[in-house]
Design a protein around this ligand. Structure first.
Ligand code: RIB
Ligand code: CA
Length: 307
């Protein structure tokens, strides 16, 4: 039976791949796509999510959510994703957003679901945190929380912090304390999913569908990562989706994780204790290694199935 999931995102070039992969995969029953401000402002991330869903010919409802973190100011990442969030690639507009606020929709869907729902977070975790912190009893309806978030070493938003964790560290802390298992696709995992121009060319050859071609156009607009040597750009968010579709692509480690909520230079840093030095409760699992060829193959062939 397909796994019921809610996908919370901030599209975002890599979110675009994640949304299309989720919509192309029969292993998942995407109940809703909820959107937050993150890579770019909510007005753009919401439009992008609606456009991508329409491009895939999907009727999955898209809901607007938080346009800023729980505390502090909103900060975007247009340097990677462009001003519009999809690298300047303009897609036809999609259907209007479904009525309702993301956090309310997450609560309603958790309450009404016949089976536990997997929450996938690939942007700032504000919407998911708002849903669970205002109705904690709903966590019994959460199967697991799968996040692209954090790092056990160097950050990408600051030297200490990964962008999603840094954008709303209080939201991440709420998820880590909610009592349900949190699976992390960290920067160290996604660094193994380094997309090069040659790989994009190989994907393009898999099909002529508008989704695959648009995804390749979008990824081609992403600047190579200086942090990772300049040969390509890491494809972060689809890693969280691929974990649910083909977990055999990954090795994992159960550990404890917490997030720095201080005001200093370490704010948003995820303290992932892979060697259990703290003895803290094992509240997380990190995806440590990725079969990158297998991942890229899954991604290309699944997107080639879309219109
Ligand atoms: O640090 C990478 C993460 O931040 C990805 O989810 C990217 O889309 C941005 O949201
Ligand atoms: Ca994202």
């Amino acid at each position: 039976m397909p796994l019921p999931v809610i996908l919370d995102c901030d599209p975002g070039t890599d979110d675009a791949f994640a949304i299309l992969l989720a919509l192309a995969s029969p292993e998942l029953d995407v109940l809703a796509i909820t959107v937050a401000g993150g890579n770019v402002g909510l007005e753009h991330t919401l439009r992008n999510a609606r456009a991508l869903t329409a491009l895939a010919g999907s009727n999955v409802p898209v809901y607007a959510g938080a346009d800023r973190p729980l505390l502090g100011a909103f900060v975007s990442e247009t340097g990677v994703h462009g001003e519009d969030g999809l690298g300047g690639i303009i897609l036809p507009d999609g259907k209007p957003p479904a009525p309702g606020l993301a956090a309310d929709v997450v609560r309603r869907m958790l309450r009404d679901s016949a089976e536990p729902v997997t929450l996938i977070g690939i942007g700032p975790a504000t919407n998911l945190a708002l849903a669970l912190t205002t109705e904690p009893a709903l966590t019994k309806h959460v199967a697991q929380i799968v996040l692209m978030s954090g790092a056990w070493a160097e950050g990408n938003a600051t030297p200490a912090a990964e962008f999603n964790a840094w954008s709303d560290p209080e939201a991440l802390a709420i998820l880590l304390a909610c009592g349900r298992p949190v699976v992390f696709a960290t920067l160290e995992l996604t660094a193994q999913a380094l997309v090069t121009p040659a790989l994009i060319a190989a994907w393009r050859a898999l099909g002529a569908g508008r989704c695959l071609q648009a995804a390749c156009d979008i990824q081609s607009a992403v600047p190579p990562s200086r942090r990772l040597g300049g040969a390509g750009a890491p494809l972060h968010d689809p890693c969280a989706i691929a974990w649910l579709i083909q977990p055999g692509l990954f090795t994992t480690r159960t550990c404890s994780a917490r997030v720095d909520l201080g005001p200093g230079p370490g704010r948003g840093r995820t303290l992932i204790d892979r060697w259990n030095r703290t003895g803290d409760a094992l509240n997380a699992m990190v995806l440590e290694t990725l079969d990158a060829p297998g991942f890229f193959d899954l991604l290309g062939h699944r997107l080639a199935l879309l219109p």
